[in-house]
Design a protein around this ligand. Sequence first.
Ligand code: HC1
Ligand code: SF4
Length: 574
Amino acid sequence: MINVTINGCHIQVPKETTILEAAEKCGAHIPTLCHMNLGELGIVNQSSSCRVCMVEVAGRPALVPSCSEKVTEGMVITTDSLRSITARRMSVELLLSNHPKECLTCAKNLECELQSLAQELGIREIKWEGERLDYPKDQSSYSLVKDPNKCVMCRRCETMCNDVQTCGILSAVNRGFGAFVGPAFNMDMADTSCTFCGQCVAVCPTAALTEVNNTHLVWRELNNKNRHVVVQVAPAIRVAIGEMFHMAPGEITTGKIAAALRRLGFDGVFDTDFAADLTIMEEASELVHRIQHQGTLPMLTSCCPAWVKFFEHQFPDMLDIPSTCKSPQVMFGAIAKTYYAEKKQINPHDITVVSIMPCLAKKAEAKRPEFTKEEDSNVDIVITTREFAQMMKEAGIDFANLEDQPFDSMMGESTGASVIFGTTGGVIEAAARTAYEWITGDTLENVEFKALRGLEGIREATITIGDMDLRIGIAHELGNARKLLEDIRDGKSSFHAIEIMACPGGCIGGGGQPYHHGNMEIIKKRQEAIYREDQGKAKRKSHENEEVLRLYEEYLGKPYGEKAHDLLHTHYIA
Ligand code: HC1
Ligand code: SF4
């Protein structure tokens, strides 16, 4: 242990502790901007570029960056001297001097970390009027908008993209004053191998990276009397959106969401969880079929669209291993524009399907050419959790005080198995619950496969199903997925099935979720809430969903059958 003194407080901390971490233990808050440490997810950005966290160390003539400087024996540190406060303020003023001052209309207004710092440091005027950058915004993609003029070169997005997701899209472009983070040669994002996972957006402190906002499209549809507008809500939304209305992280708001959507004027208020149960019917069938017919193994889950883009770009030689199942979001759209349209006697061309997703890649997924039929997309408009909250605020909906309401029937019923799709490990646990009963013919009494749970980046477990040991792998974050994929390519993998989700924690940590500002407790609370919601459900296995069973009976025929293939399965493109 190392002895240090911080603002007169004597403590012992382990070797390798940074001054910033030691100061926290002493109750001394040091402001930061470029720093990012996502705790047990092991994601750290230590570029020390912003110089906001400077502190004084006795005996050292210059101030030192506390985020990267490690403590040494006997170190005496002052975090709150006038000299360090003045230096911090100057660093932020310099950043503000050439930053566009359009806070009132900025997409990150009240969520911007630079704005919060200016407030925290009491900056009331900027002494220098710096030269402004005037780069065009990159609006080339369906998922995200890049505005280089708002880049503060913190490099957090770069760490996410290159070190965590291993996509290698973002790095410094240009030098000196004109520098910003972007793709090589400042290519359009749409022309890169970006997966649109949105993790760069999730960690950008300013509005240099934001989602494509589609709320105006939804308002337009809702106000068009000739449109029948239905909406689906992804599993991860219900445990996160409350955060945007001053509710505690991890509060379950499923019933309030249904009520709010009805207030907004949707004609059908449905649940992506219904489609997640449907996905399990197809995916578990496919897995059982592959196992029993010596098909390609392992089978990889295919519901995360950033992951799909990742393997299409990076592993084009392995397109036969992912499940052919469309994602639940797209399955929902396919069913809404066929079965639902028929039952309701509505022309499918008059139906608009809106999705509320925690994810930016879902916006791009909806636009994939494979997911259109007769010029109609399965899904028409995708908005994120944040955009949904914005719509409610625009409409003056007091979300926290809404009375719970149920989803509409036909595509609104869900089981606990579908809820857990929202967290890493959940899709494969849901599939295992169904596969167990289908393979053994026995009732699965304890549905909780605890070995599949957790937040470690790569997990593995063996589940005994009858006389078979089903070996399962799980990865979240694309860098971890890459490791499992490379093992498969090298013939080193012995898994039967692998679940992959691109975002830290799975969809609960998606790029469209309320900003967690690096607080991992929030992700954990969302995950706990997902499992609580599952526990509270009367039915916890997808094949018990009566609306799904009715859909097969009345329309699709048998799972993994011809009609199901036509509507619910897809192929991948290198
Ligand atoms: Fe997800 Fe999925 S769980 S991908 O994480 O399979 O986005 O929530 O909607 O489609 O159901 C996201 C979440 C979501 C799909 C489902
Ligand atoms: Fe990288 Fe994901 Fe951002 Fe694309 S969306 S630039 S893959 S972090």
